[in-house]
Every structure is written in C-alpha cells, then in structure tokens.
Design a protein around this ligand. Structure first.
Ligand SMILES: Cc1cc2nc3c(=O)[nH]c(=O)nc-3n(C[C@H](O)[C@H](O)[C@H](O)COP(=O)(O)OP(=O)(O)OC[C@H]3O[C@@H](n4cnc5c(N)ncnc54)[C@H](O)[C@@H]3O)c2cc1C
Length: 418
C-alpha cells in the first residue's frame, strides 16, 4: 500500500528475491511531494535498488554539507560529510521528489513489481488477528479484493493501518506545522557549498527555515514552527510565510531577488510513532511507521532504510513460512535504535540551550559522531557518550514508550470497527 520511497523500496527488494509483489498507489505519478534533501547514507539502499547510475547522471544538485544558522544569525561552519568518510557516499543529492519518486516506482516495475497507480486502498482484510488482503478502489471504478501473505503499509503520513489499529501516538514534544514553496533565482553559495542544505533558526527561536537548492535554479524554502504561531490566522499562510521570511535575515537576503514559482503548501508536521512495526501478516514502513521532525532531512533515508530492513525480514518470513508478528517485527529493534539517535538530536535542537557550533567547540571529541548522525550513520554502535555530553548542555526528555504487546484478534476487530 503506497508507492513512495518506502513502498517502492520494499517492493523492489522483495521482487529481487523472486517474490510476487503487487503495489497499489493512490495517485498517478509524477506527483508533488515535500522532502527534497537526502542524507548521505541513502547511498547504500539506492545502490541495492540499482539506481545509483541514474542518480549520478541526474541534474539533482550535489549536497556536500549542512549548515546551521542561530537565532542571532551566526552561521556554524558547514558540517562536511566527507570529514568522517572520504568515500563517494558522503556526497548526496537534493531531489525534486516528483522525479525521484517516479524513478523509484519505475525501477520497481523494471524489477517485476506489478505497480498499479490510481488505486486507493480502502480497507485491510483480517482473519482473526492475521492480515490477509486489502480492498482497493481504482479511480472511478468498483472495489477489488487482493489477497497476500504480507500486507505492507507504506502510505506515508496517511498511516492507514496504524491509524485504524489505533497504535499511532503523536509526540507531544514535537507538534509542529510547516509552510513552504519553491522559488526561482534564490542566492546560492559558491563552489562546494552550492548544493548545501541550510537550516536557519527564526529570530524568536520558536521555529526554523529550510533552504534547499534544487535543479534549474530553483530552491525549496519553508518554515517549521508551532501551530499556534504559524496557523494563528486561518487562510493567511502566504502572508505568514512572507512575514517570516522578512524577519529572518539569512533567508531574506537569499530570496530577495527570487520569484515564487509554486503554490504555497502547508502541512501539519506532527512527529509520531507507532507502538509496533508489524503484526500478524502486516508490516509498517517509512512515515506510516514513524514520522520524525524533518530538521535533519532524515525522512527519505528512513523510508528507504526501513523498506530495506522490512524486505529482508519479509524475505526470511517466506523462507520459514512464518508470517507471525514475532517474525515480521524482527527488524523493529534495529530501526528504533537508529531512529532514537536522530530523535534525541531533534529534541536537543528545540531546546534554547543547544547550538551545534557551541556543542562541538565544547566537546570537540564528539564532532565525528555528530556528523555521523547528520549523515545517517546511526545503525552501528551506540552513542551514549555523545548523549551524556549533550545532556550536560540541554535537557533531553524521555523517549516515547517502548513497543506495545502483540495486538489480539479482538483488538483488531474492535479498533478497525470504531
Ligand atoms: C515539511 C516537511 C519537510 C520534509 N523535508 C524532508 C527532507 O528535506 N528530507 C527528507 O528526507 N525528508 C523530508 N521530509 C520527510 C519525507 O517527506 C518523508 O519522510 C518521506 O516522503 C516518506 O516516504 P514514504 O514512502 O514513507 O511516504 P510518502 O512519500 O508520503 O509516500 C506514501 C505514498 O502512499 C500513497 N498512499 C497514501 N494512502 C494510500 C492509500 N490508502 N492507498 C494507496 N496509496 C496510498 C500516497 O499517495 C504516497 O504516494 C519532510 C516532511 C515534511 C512534512
């Protein structure tokens, strides 16, 4: 269910294993999507998917670094990803998601996945606690039932199944919304910094801007902040975005001779986490499992990574003939460990005390591990040393509660019905 980066990755890797895969996507590609800046570790799943050559041949700007600008306008040194890893994987891309997602979906087709667009999944069918199929409706047509051993929910922020099963918890500390648009003619830094992502705090410290160079002289710029602030005036998103740009010198001077070339988009950007990544016969990947605040551009990487981990676990399930929650959730602890590191650094970002430049000046021994998180290298060893030092600088809240117990057939029935 869903043909974004998480769905097409899971599907392609399962097809590579020789399994029969049906992918149902609600919209017709290419379609607009936000989430344009990649993390360097995306390289490895892209390699497994067999699309690295297409990425290298693309016009997507190369991203060598990320740079943070404080509330007072003070710029950190760029964090160059090659500093910790001189391999070509340390250079990544800023992508137009319409093109990137379509490339991944077509790649799934080329690997033998039966991709059907304009097919909206309306229901997941259960026998007891076991998911056995879906009901889908083609645009303008009659519903169809499709049956499968494993149902993968990759429906993004729609989070179809976790909402139905009521296992999706918003993170009360990260209730944010976003307003954004594309511009033409925004200023870019020269040389190696031309494709860098900029993250700029708003002067009041309550929100931040992203500034992401895209192909053809475009930039994506948007603001993330609390809903009470950004959505205070219903229907006034454009005025709020314009005023916020005016107030943030770093964005204002970069966009002063630029022209807006897209509509203004808004989204509620609440972080959330599902209490489980799988049940009997079903698996959650990408945003459908968990959505993290986009401050570190981790979403697409986590979509690909969770798709990869899920595909390997599902492949193993077919080898064993075991489609239980126990087998299908085997990738969950690896995924949560990596996501936990990113989530904690997000919590730090939203405290008044934390600032990247200040942190690495005070704890230079952690600069490398800090870059590791920004790169996405979070699935290896634990980072307790770094977080102990971080807690000396800013308060870090407790994490969301751990995985829930298995969902029973009775709960599946009750939650789906209500
Ligand atoms: C404001 C903002 C800024 C962001 N910036 C970044 C960034 O810079 N870098 C980054 O990496 N990430 C960023 N992200 C996150 C990124 O957009 C997501 O993490 C990423 O798109 C997740 O991929 P996905 O495949 O899980 O979901 P999606 O890409 O959303 O794909 C889900 C697909 O499922 C389909 N679908 C939904 N419901 C159904 C249904 N019932 N039946 C069939 N199909 C269905 C949808 O049409 C869609 O194509 C940002 C997010 C936001 C909100």
């Amino acid at each position: 269910m869903g043909g974004g980066p998480a769905g097409s990755t899971t599907a392609t890797l399962l097809a590579q294993k020789g399994l029969r895969v049906l992918l149902l996507e609600k919209s017709r590609f290419p379609r607009f999507h936000i989430g344009e800046s990649l993390m360097p570790e995306t390289y490895w799943p892209l390699k497994r998917l067999g699309v690295l050559d297409k990425m290298k041949a693309s016009a997507f700007p190369r991203k060598h670094s990320v740079q943070f600008v404080s509330t007072s306008g003070k710029e950190s040194h760029p964090f160059y990803f090659s500093e910790t890893n001189p391999h070509e994987s340390s250079v990544t891309w800023q992508v137009l998601r319409s093109q990137f997602d379509e490339m991944l979906l077509n790649n799934a087709r080329e690997h033998g996945v039966d991709v059907r667009e304009e097919m909206n999944v309306e229901e997941v069918l259960f026998e007891g606690s076991q998911a056995v199929g879906v009901v889908a409706r083609p645009r303008g047509g009659k519903t169809e039932n499709h049956y499968a051993k494993v149902i993968v929910d990759a429906t993004g922020l729609n989070a179809f199944l976790s909402k139905k099963l009521k296992i999706r918890n918003p993170d009360p500390r990260l209730k944010k919304v976003a307003i954004f648009a594309h511009f033409e003619g925004g200023r870019r830094d020269p040389g190696i910094d031309e494709g860098a992502t900029l993250v700029l705090h708003t002067p009041d410290g309550e929100g931040w801007f992203w500034y992401i160079p895209l192909p053809e002289n475009r930039v994506s710029a948007g603001i993330v902040g609390p809903p009470e602030k950004l959505f205070a005036r219903p229907g006034q998103a454009e005025a709020t975005l314009n005023e916020s740009i005016e107030q943030c010198a770093g964005v204002r001077h970069r966009l002063e001779s630029a022209k807006r070339v897209s509509e203004i988009y808004t989204t509620s950007d609440f972080s959330f986490q599902s209490t489980r990544c799988a049940g009997d016969g079903w698996v959650l990947v990408g945003d459908a499992y968990s959505f993290l605040d986009p401050i570190y551009s981790s979403g697409v990487f986590l979509a690909l990574k969770s798709g990869e981990l899920a595909a390997d676990t599902i492949g193993e399930a077919f080898e064993k003939g075991d489609f239980s929650a126990g087998q299908l959730s085997r990738f969950g602890s690896t995924l949560s460990t990596g996501m936990k590191a990113i989530r904690r650094l997000i919590y730090a970002f939203y405290t008044r005390e934390f600032h990247f430049g200040r942190f690495v000046r005070k704890f230079p021994q952690h600069r490398k591990r800090m870059i590791d998180i920004l790169v996405g290298n979070v699935f290896t060893d634990n980072m307790s040393d770094l977080f102990e030092s971080l807690e000396q600088m800013c308060p870090l809240p407790e994490m969301l509660p751990p995985e829930d117990k298995k969902i029973s057939a009775v709960e599946v029935r009750r939650n789906q019905a209500s």
